[in-house]
Design a binder for this molecule. Structure first.
Ligand SMILES: COc1ccc(-c2cccc3nc(Nc4ccc(N5CCN(C)CC5)cc4)nn23)cc1
Length: 300
């Protein structure tokens, strides 16, 4: 049903969407900074526009699912959906979202590592927990929780973004089985996701542990999860796939080492998230409470 642009505030007209600069490339789409300026006087708002890369039918369906996912999410710790913009006579579409000026958490922590203290890192971690708690209350699994998908709204607020891989868990199960694992971020994956393509709220908890590691490593490229795992696996592995080596490493109870100057209690939190048995991993509300307690202790 074609909604009338004037009355449907979630419909952005392409002719008023002014391109400004590129913001990055996400899951099967590129994101651009635009100004939506219907008055044509540069007083319009800045928005982040995710364009569908190739309008291959499969991508269009996945993209439509991402739009539908984001559309129903209303949480302070999840990037806000603003609407859609159809172009080429509804043949192609773009996702319009609020623009977060500080960019991804990776760039922010690398740039500000000297003035982001433990308390602020714990604040960011607790906000990600709250966003994930909200997501799980709607039976969503994110499946791509990583620092690259966390955006910084202000010095004291981060939001979860990029719902390209998000799935809804069916009501009769507590996990989602992926059939075609495409470009998989395996170094953020729980063991059961690597070996059985099984995704659940507890596999998102594993990934959260890896995000904690990234935050307390200030997203330093030389300590990023992929590099640390590959150093342990060995770069010249032949034959068997990397994921088999990674699964064996995790089965053998090897884990990412504590980041430099990481408070021991924070590393213990990561290790809780990395329990091999997913039933032993904490839930996000429990993690959130533990982190809130640490934030209080940091203040004293
Ligand atoms: C993977 O690439 C992206 C890029 C943008 C987004 C996205 C979605 C929804 C909202 C949103 N707000 C911003 N802001 C933003 C601001 C600055 C930058 N950078 C500024 C510095 N540059 C060198 C790199 C980009 C990137 C994103 N990005 N963004 C998601 C994934």
């Amino acid at each position: 049903s074609y909604s009338h642009p004037q009355h449907d505030q979630t419909l952005f007209e392409e002719r008023y969407l002014r391109y400004i600069s590129p913001l990055g490339k996400g899951n099967f789409g590129s994101v651009e900074l635009c100004r939506y300026d219907p008055l044509g006087d540069n007083t319009g708002e800045l928005v982040a526009v995710k364009k569908l890369q190739s309008n291959k039918q499969s991508n269009l369906e996945d993209f439509q699912k991402e739009v539908n996912t984001l559309h129903v999410l209303h949480c302070d710790y999840i990037v806000k959906y603003k609407g859609v913009c159809y172009s080429m006579g509804r043949l192609s579409m773009s996702l319009v979202m609020e623009y977060l000026p500080y960019g991804s958490l990776i760039g922010y922590l690398e740039k500000n590592k000297h003035n982001v203290n433990t308390r602020r890192m714990l604040l960011f971690a607790s906000q990600i927990c709250k966003g994930m708690e909200y997501l799980q209350s709607l039976r969503y699994v994110h499946r791509d929780l990583a620092a690259r998908n966390i955006l910084v709204a202000s010095e004291t607020l981060v939001k979860i973004a990029d719902f390209g891989l998000t799935k809804v868990i069916p009501h009769n199960k507590d996990y989602y089985r992926v059939t075609q694992p495409g470009e998989s971020p395996i170094f953020w994956y729980a063991p059961e996701s690597i070996t059985e393509s099984r995704f659940s709220q507890k596999s998102d908890v594993w990934s959260f542990g890896v995000v904690l590691h990234e935050i307390f490593s200030y997203c330093d490229i030389s300590f990023n999860p992929k590099r640390l795992y590959m150093q342990e696996i060995g770069h010249n592995v032949l034959g068997t796939s990397i994921s088999v080596h990674l699964a064996n490493l995790l089965k053998g109870n090897w884990r990412l080492p504590p980041p430099l100057n990481c408070p021991p209690k924070v590393y213990l939190l990561m290790r809780q998230c990395w329990a091999h048995d997913f039933d032993e991993r904490p839930c996000f509300s429990n993690l959130g409470n533990q982190i809130e307690t640490m934030i209080q202790d940091e203040r004293e």
